[in-house]
Design a protein around this ligand. Structure first.
Ligand code: CP
Length: 304
Protein backbone atom coordinates (compact mmCIF):
# COMPACT_ATOMS: atom_id res chain seq x y z
CA UNK A 1 0.00 0.00 0.00
CA UNK A 2 1.12 3.58 -0.59
CA UNK A 3 2.55 5.40 2.39
CA UNK A 4 -0.48 7.69 2.83
CA UNK A 5 -4.21 6.83 2.85
CA UNK A 6 -6.05 9.65 1.10
CA UNK A 7 -8.87 7.99 -0.85
CA UNK A 8 -10.65 4.64 -0.76
CA UNK A 9 -9.68 3.74 -4.34
CA UNK A 10 -6.20 3.05 -2.97
CA UNK A 11 -7.33 -0.22 -1.34
CA UNK A 12 -6.93 -3.33 -3.45
CA UNK A 13 -9.29 -6.26 -2.89
CA UNK A 14 -6.34 -8.28 -1.68
CA UNK A 15 -5.43 -5.66 0.93
CA UNK A 16 -9.06 -5.35 2.10
CA UNK A 17 -9.28 -9.07 2.85
CA UNK A 18 -5.85 -9.05 4.48
CA UNK A 19 -7.03 -6.22 6.79
CA UNK A 20 -10.33 -8.02 7.56
CA UNK A 21 -8.36 -11.13 8.60
CA UNK A 22 -5.93 -9.15 10.72
CA UNK A 23 -8.78 -7.21 12.36
CA UNK A 24 -10.37 -10.50 13.40
CA UNK A 25 -7.07 -11.69 14.90
CA UNK A 26 -6.56 -8.39 16.75
CA UNK A 27 -10.13 -8.48 18.07
CA UNK A 28 -9.30 -11.72 19.88
CA UNK A 29 -5.69 -11.04 20.69
CA UNK A 30 -4.35 -7.46 20.54
CA UNK A 31 -0.67 -7.11 19.70
CA UNK A 32 1.81 -4.53 20.97
CA UNK A 33 3.49 -4.25 17.59
CA UNK A 34 3.27 -0.42 17.65
CA UNK A 35 5.08 -0.04 20.99
CA UNK A 36 7.26 3.08 20.94
CA UNK A 37 5.33 4.64 18.03
CA UNK A 38 3.37 7.90 18.27
CA UNK A 39 0.10 8.69 16.46
CA UNK A 40 -1.09 12.29 16.18
CA UNK A 41 -4.80 12.94 15.69
CA UNK A 42 -5.26 16.40 14.17
CA UNK A 43 -8.95 17.25 13.88
CA UNK A 44 -10.23 20.53 12.41
CA UNK A 45 -13.84 19.23 12.47
CA UNK A 46 -15.78 17.47 15.28
CA UNK A 47 -15.58 13.69 15.62
CA UNK A 48 -16.44 11.01 18.12
CA UNK A 49 -15.84 7.70 16.36
CA UNK A 50 -12.98 8.39 13.98
CA UNK A 51 -10.70 10.19 16.41
CA UNK A 52 -11.40 8.09 19.48
CA UNK A 53 -11.32 4.74 17.68
CA UNK A 54 -7.95 5.63 16.12
CA UNK A 55 -6.66 6.70 19.52
CA UNK A 56 -7.98 3.55 21.18
CA UNK A 57 -6.55 1.43 18.34
CA UNK A 58 -3.10 2.97 18.79
CA UNK A 59 -3.17 2.51 22.58
CA UNK A 60 -4.35 -1.10 22.27
CA UNK A 61 -1.46 -1.76 19.86
CA UNK A 62 1.05 -0.57 22.46
CA UNK A 63 1.61 2.86 20.89
CA UNK A 64 1.07 6.37 22.21
CA UNK A 65 -1.14 9.22 21.09
CA UNK A 66 -1.17 13.00 21.05
CA UNK A 67 -3.24 15.57 19.21
CA UNK A 68 -6.02 18.07 19.25
CA UNK A 69 -9.75 17.61 18.83
CA UNK A 70 -10.21 21.26 17.83
CA UNK A 71 -7.22 22.21 15.70
CA UNK A 72 -8.90 25.35 14.38
CA UNK A 73 -8.84 26.81 17.89
CA UNK A 74 -6.10 24.90 19.71
CA UNK A 75 -3.35 24.73 17.09
CA UNK A 76 -1.26 27.53 15.61
CA UNK A 77 -3.62 27.69 12.63
CA UNK A 78 -5.46 30.19 14.86
CA UNK A 79 -2.35 32.41 14.54
CA UNK A 80 -2.35 32.06 10.77
CA UNK A 81 0.00 29.10 10.33
CA UNK A 82 -0.45 27.21 7.04
CA UNK A 83 -1.55 23.59 6.97
CA UNK A 84 1.71 22.67 5.23
CA UNK A 85 3.85 24.15 8.01
CA UNK A 86 1.68 22.55 10.71
CA UNK A 87 2.03 19.13 9.07
CA UNK A 88 5.80 19.45 8.51
CA UNK A 89 6.29 20.12 12.22
CA UNK A 90 3.86 17.48 13.54
CA UNK A 91 5.39 14.89 11.19
CA UNK A 92 8.72 15.42 12.92
CA UNK A 93 7.10 14.48 16.27
CA UNK A 94 5.02 11.50 15.06
CA UNK A 95 5.05 8.16 13.28
CA UNK A 96 1.65 8.79 11.62
CA UNK A 97 -0.99 11.52 11.50
CA UNK A 98 -4.76 11.07 11.27
CA UNK A 99 -6.25 14.31 10.01
CA UNK A 100 -9.81 15.53 9.60
CA UNK A 101 -10.23 18.85 7.83
CA UNK A 102 -13.10 20.93 6.51
CA UNK A 103 -11.53 21.42 3.05
CA UNK A 104 -11.73 18.80 0.32
CA UNK A 105 -8.21 17.98 -0.89
CA UNK A 106 -6.54 18.93 2.40
CA UNK A 107 -5.35 15.38 3.16
CA UNK A 108 -3.70 15.19 -0.25
CA UNK A 109 -2.00 18.56 0.40
CA UNK A 110 -0.79 17.35 3.80
CA UNK A 111 0.62 14.16 2.26
CA UNK A 112 2.80 16.24 -0.07
CA UNK A 113 4.79 17.67 2.84
CA UNK A 114 4.69 14.79 5.33
CA UNK A 115 7.42 12.20 5.66
CA UNK A 116 5.16 10.05 7.87
CA UNK A 117 1.82 8.47 6.81
CA UNK A 118 -1.14 10.83 6.54
CA UNK A 119 -4.46 9.07 7.10
CA UNK A 120 -7.46 10.98 5.80
CA UNK A 121 -10.07 11.01 8.59
CA UNK A 122 -12.47 13.00 6.38
CA UNK A 123 -11.76 16.02 4.16
CA UNK A 124 -14.81 18.25 3.80
CA UNK A 125 -17.16 16.94 1.11
CA UNK A 126 -14.36 14.76 -0.24
CA UNK A 127 -13.60 11.32 1.17
CA UNK A 128 -13.55 9.30 4.38
CA UNK A 129 -11.63 6.19 3.33
CA UNK A 130 -11.32 4.54 6.76
CA UNK A 131 -15.10 4.78 7.18
CA UNK A 132 -15.52 3.00 3.84
CA UNK A 133 -13.01 0.41 5.03
CA UNK A 134 -14.98 -0.30 8.20
CA UNK A 135 -18.22 -0.28 6.20
CA UNK A 136 -17.09 -3.01 3.80
CA UNK A 137 -15.61 -4.94 6.73
CA UNK A 138 -19.01 -4.74 8.45
CA UNK A 139 -20.94 -5.79 5.33
CA UNK A 140 -18.61 -8.76 4.87
CA UNK A 141 -18.94 -9.73 8.54
CA UNK A 142 -22.72 -9.32 8.67
CA UNK A 143 -23.80 -10.59 5.23
CA UNK A 144 -20.85 -12.84 4.42
CA UNK A 145 -20.03 -11.36 1.01
CA UNK A 146 -19.26 -8.16 -0.88
CA UNK A 147 -20.11 -9.40 -4.38
CA UNK A 148 -23.78 -9.63 -5.38
CA UNK A 149 -25.22 -7.35 -2.74
CA UNK A 150 -28.11 -4.93 -3.10
CA UNK A 151 -27.68 -1.77 -1.06
CA UNK A 152 -29.86 1.32 -0.67
CA UNK A 153 -27.87 4.46 0.18
CA UNK A 154 -30.16 7.02 1.74
CA UNK A 155 -29.93 10.67 2.79
CA UNK A 156 -27.41 13.37 1.96
CA UNK A 157 -25.73 11.88 -1.09
CA UNK A 158 -24.28 15.18 -2.36
CA UNK A 159 -21.94 16.08 0.47
CA UNK A 160 -21.84 12.69 2.20
CA UNK A 161 -18.18 11.70 2.04
CA UNK A 162 -18.89 8.25 3.53
CA UNK A 163 -21.26 7.44 0.65
CA UNK A 164 -18.75 8.60 -1.94
CA UNK A 165 -15.86 6.61 -0.42
CA UNK A 166 -18.05 3.51 -0.13
CA UNK A 167 -19.14 3.78 -3.79
CA UNK A 168 -15.48 3.86 -4.82
CA UNK A 169 -14.89 0.61 -2.91
CA UNK A 170 -17.92 -1.09 -4.48
CA UNK A 171 -16.22 -0.49 -7.83
CA UNK A 172 -13.84 -3.29 -6.83
CA UNK A 173 -16.59 -5.92 -6.49
CA UNK A 174 -19.05 -7.52 -8.91
CA UNK A 175 -22.80 -7.87 -9.00
CA UNK A 176 -23.32 -4.91 -6.64
CA UNK A 177 -26.59 -3.03 -7.13
CA UNK A 178 -26.97 0.41 -5.55
CA UNK A 179 -30.23 2.29 -5.08
CA UNK A 180 -29.69 5.95 -4.27
CA UNK A 181 -32.54 7.54 -2.29
CA UNK A 182 -32.16 11.20 -1.43
CA UNK A 183 -34.05 14.45 -1.17
CA UNK A 184 -34.29 16.16 -4.57
CA UNK A 185 -31.67 18.77 -3.57
CA UNK A 186 -29.06 16.26 -2.27
CA UNK A 187 -28.68 13.75 -5.08
CA UNK A 188 -25.60 11.64 -5.77
CA UNK A 189 -22.89 13.50 -7.70
CA UNK A 190 -22.29 12.89 -11.41
CA UNK A 191 -18.62 11.96 -10.85
CA UNK A 192 -19.74 9.02 -8.66
CA UNK A 193 -22.27 7.89 -11.28
CA UNK A 194 -19.56 8.10 -13.96
CA UNK A 195 -17.21 6.04 -11.79
CA UNK A 196 -19.86 3.37 -11.15
CA UNK A 197 -20.66 3.16 -14.86
CA UNK A 198 -16.98 2.74 -15.70
CA UNK A 199 -16.79 -0.11 -13.16
CA UNK A 200 -20.01 -1.84 -14.31
CA UNK A 201 -21.83 -1.23 -11.02
CA UNK A 202 -25.60 -1.01 -11.55
CA UNK A 203 -27.39 1.86 -9.85
CA UNK A 204 -30.76 3.54 -9.88
CA UNK A 205 -32.20 6.63 -8.20
CA UNK A 206 -35.52 6.20 -6.39
CA UNK A 207 -37.67 8.31 -4.10
CA UNK A 208 -39.80 5.67 -2.36
CA UNK A 209 -37.94 4.16 0.60
CA UNK A 210 -40.81 1.85 1.62
CA UNK A 211 -40.94 0.31 -1.87
CA UNK A 212 -37.21 -0.45 -1.79
CA UNK A 213 -36.81 -1.71 1.80
CA UNK A 214 -38.21 -5.26 1.19
CA UNK A 215 -35.73 -5.80 -1.65
CA UNK A 216 -32.36 -4.96 -0.13
CA UNK A 217 -29.50 -6.64 1.74
CA UNK A 218 -28.28 -3.39 3.29
CA UNK A 219 -29.89 -0.03 3.90
CA UNK A 220 -27.12 2.52 4.49
CA UNK A 221 -28.68 5.58 6.13
CA UNK A 222 -26.90 8.94 6.36
CA UNK A 223 -27.55 12.20 8.16
CA UNK A 224 -28.57 15.38 6.36
CA UNK A 225 -25.45 17.44 7.04
CA UNK A 226 -26.85 20.72 8.26
CA UNK A 227 -23.33 22.13 8.59
CA UNK A 228 -22.55 21.73 4.88
CA UNK A 229 -25.71 23.13 3.27
CA UNK A 230 -27.78 26.32 3.40
CA UNK A 231 -30.62 26.60 5.98
CA UNK A 232 -33.07 26.60 3.04
CA UNK A 233 -31.67 23.36 1.63
CA UNK A 234 -31.67 21.79 5.10
CA UNK A 235 -35.36 22.63 5.63
CA UNK A 236 -36.18 21.10 2.24
CA UNK A 237 -34.26 17.89 2.96
CA UNK A 238 -34.70 17.07 6.65
CA UNK A 239 -37.00 14.29 7.75
CA UNK A 240 -37.73 13.05 4.21
CA UNK A 241 -36.41 9.52 4.72
CA UNK A 242 -36.62 7.88 8.14
CA UNK A 243 -36.29 4.31 9.41
CA UNK A 244 -38.74 3.80 12.27
CA UNK A 245 -40.40 0.89 14.06
CA UNK A 246 -43.08 0.71 11.36
CA UNK A 247 -41.05 0.54 8.16
CA UNK A 248 -38.38 -1.55 9.94
CA UNK A 249 -40.85 -4.42 9.50
CA UNK A 250 -40.47 -4.14 5.70
CA UNK A 251 -36.76 -4.97 5.86
CA UNK A 252 -35.89 -8.66 5.22
CA UNK A 253 -34.93 -10.69 8.30
CA UNK A 254 -31.35 -11.24 7.15
CA UNK A 255 -30.78 -7.66 5.88
CA UNK A 256 -28.94 -5.01 7.86
CA UNK A 257 -29.37 -1.31 8.70
CA UNK A 258 -26.08 0.55 8.66
CA UNK A 259 -25.20 4.17 9.37
CA UNK A 260 -21.77 5.79 9.70
CA UNK A 261 -23.18 7.76 12.67
CA UNK A 262 -23.86 10.18 14.22
CA UNK A 263 -27.56 9.86 13.41
CA UNK A 264 -30.35 12.33 14.09
CA UNK A 265 -33.99 12.02 13.03
CA UNK A 266 -33.32 9.66 10.05
CA UNK A 267 -33.16 6.78 12.56
CA UNK A 268 -36.18 6.68 14.86
CA UNK A 269 -36.13 3.10 16.13
CA UNK A 270 -37.16 2.34 19.70
CA UNK A 271 -34.37 1.55 22.15
CA UNK A 272 -35.68 -1.99 22.67
CA UNK A 273 -35.50 -2.77 18.95
CA UNK A 274 -32.13 -1.05 18.59
CA UNK A 275 -30.78 -3.32 21.30
CA UNK A 276 -32.47 -6.55 20.27
CA UNK A 277 -33.14 -6.58 16.53
CA UNK A 278 -30.17 -8.17 14.72
CA UNK A 279 -30.91 -6.07 11.64
CA UNK A 280 -29.73 -2.97 13.52
CA UNK A 281 -26.00 -3.14 12.74
CA UNK A 282 -24.77 0.44 13.21
CA UNK A 283 -23.33 0.07 16.71
CA UNK A 284 -21.51 -3.12 15.71
CA UNK A 285 -20.34 -1.15 12.65
CA UNK A 286 -18.86 1.59 14.88
CA UNK A 287 -17.14 -1.04 17.05
CA UNK A 288 -15.69 -2.73 13.96
CA UNK A 289 -13.97 0.59 13.26
CA UNK A 290 -11.68 -0.01 16.22
CA UNK A 291 -10.38 -3.41 15.06
CA UNK A 292 -10.01 -2.52 11.40
CA UNK A 293 -8.15 0.69 12.36
CA UNK A 294 -5.81 -1.39 14.54
CA UNK A 295 -5.05 -3.51 11.48
CA UNK A 296 -4.67 -0.41 9.30
CA UNK A 297 -2.24 1.32 11.68
CA UNK A 298 -0.13 -1.83 11.79
CA UNK A 299 -0.13 -1.88 7.99
CA UNK A 300 0.82 1.79 7.57
CA UNK A 301 3.32 2.46 10.36
CA UNK A 302 6.76 1.03 9.65
CA UNK A 303 8.05 -0.90 12.68
CA UNK A 304 11.68 -1.64 11.89
N1 CP B 1 -18.58 8.13 11.17
C1 CP B 1 -17.81 9.15 11.61
O1 CP B 1 -16.91 9.66 10.92
O2 CP B 1 -18.12 9.57 12.87
P1 CP B 1 -17.42 10.77 13.63
O3 CP B 1 -17.78 12.04 12.89
O4 CP B 1 -17.98 10.72 15.02
O5 CP B 1 -15.93 10.55 13.59
Amino acid sequence: MAKHLIESQQFTKELLFKLFKRAEELRISPSDSLKGKVLTTLFYEPSTRTRLSFESAMLKMGGQIMGTENAREFSSVSKGESLADTIRVIASYSDAIVMRHNEEGSAEKASQVSNVPIINGGDGKGQHPTQALLDVYTIHKEIGRLDNIKIAMVGDLTSGRTVQSLCYLFGKFSGVQIIFISPENLKINQNIKDYLERHNIKFTEEDNLEKILPTIDIVYMTRIQKERISPKDYEKAKGKFIINDTNLELIPKDARIMHPLPHVEEIDISLYKEQNDPRVAYFRQAENGLYIRMALLEQLIPTN
